[in-house]
Write a protein that binds this ligand. Sequence first.
Ligand code: CO8
Length: 372
Amino acid sequence: MVDVVISGTGVFTPPEQISNAELVESFNAYVALFNADHADEIANGTVEAKAPSSVEFIFNASGIERRYVMEKTGILDPTRMGPRFAPRADEAPSMMAEMAMDAANTALKQANLNAQDIDLVICASSNHERGYPAMAVEIQALLGAGGFAFDMNVACSSATFGIQAATDMIRCRSATRALVVSPEITSGHLEWRDRDCHFIFGDVATAVVLEAADLAQAPKFEVVSTQCATEFSNNIRNNNGFLRRAHDQLGDRRDMLFMQNGRKVFKEVLPLVSTHIADHLEDSDTKASDLKRLWLHQANKTMNDYIGKKVMGRTPERAEQPNILQDYANTSSAGSIIAFSKHSDDLNAGDLGLICSFGAGYSVGSVLVRAV
Ligand code: CO8
């Protein structure tokens, strides 16, 4: 079987940033408007008054301090509470493709490759901008890549599942060089009017170049092994889809955007991830003490602290388990790849590290890598 390496990564960071203070100020203005507009129903008990959000709660519950978004004016407008994107003609590049292209070009440059060298593009993301044609095929065309391309969605685990798919295809010679891109416009499917989740997500795009080791000009990491697992749960769910019209559900319904039972997710996903990583390491004849770095999914700081401690059997140093969620918030599938891209240059040849993402599905995917 062909050995596979990661030879480039890229991160596209959107132009606009929202601090917790800005977010809370606009959310609380929205709450005041809502409660005033519904004063009579609130008084007679038919509508529940909305409660304000707080900067302290957000930081203490999640570790998030700010997030990047593609458009902040609409999100911060208390009469709108959602991004405003100008519609684009079918002939124009779509937003996800543009974001992915930026990250892809950085990754290709790092790998010392041209887009024409790529013969597999996977767009691995939580939500795709349209039903079809696949985003990945548009990205393939805009880049000028060859071969074939397809979309996949395993929510927050999309990138690691995409890396496993690409690795296996290269190992089996159905592709030689792959680009796994994860453009995440989470601002489009977040309910900014719900205080339980309005602070959680941010927009970003990441890219990873994988190739057959014997072809690579600038290999960075060998892919030692990958492991993916899923277990069905309704605790993170979004019911939007093309049956919406058939279900007569075209109205402004809460379940057409991101919904979660955060407490349950927290409790159920932690043991799932810790066991998954332990099993993956054992199957790869690797001891946790051999790991120089853990690049975890970036949803919640307390969650990552717990997983790091469970995996390592001690509290990891900050550099051993870098977090980026304080700056980017939860960027769904891209989070662990941002951490990997921004915090891996200092590893020495032979050092082992593990990328691990987890989320809706439930799903968990891990990639064991060795620095070249
Ligand atoms: N301000 C002030 N108080 C608040 C706020 C707020 N903003 N929100 C909630 N509270 C209150 C609650 O009402 C509650 O009050 P009470 O005790 O009186 O009932 C109290 O604070 C505690 O609330 P919670 O129990 O909900 O708070 P937690 O400590 O559990 O923290 C978190 C909430 C941060 C959501 C936490 O549960 C968490 O991080 N859970 C894990 C979530 C996770 O990892 N999810 C993965 C989802 S990502 C994924 O899979 C990708 C999906 C696709 C992407 C979608 C893009 C949009």
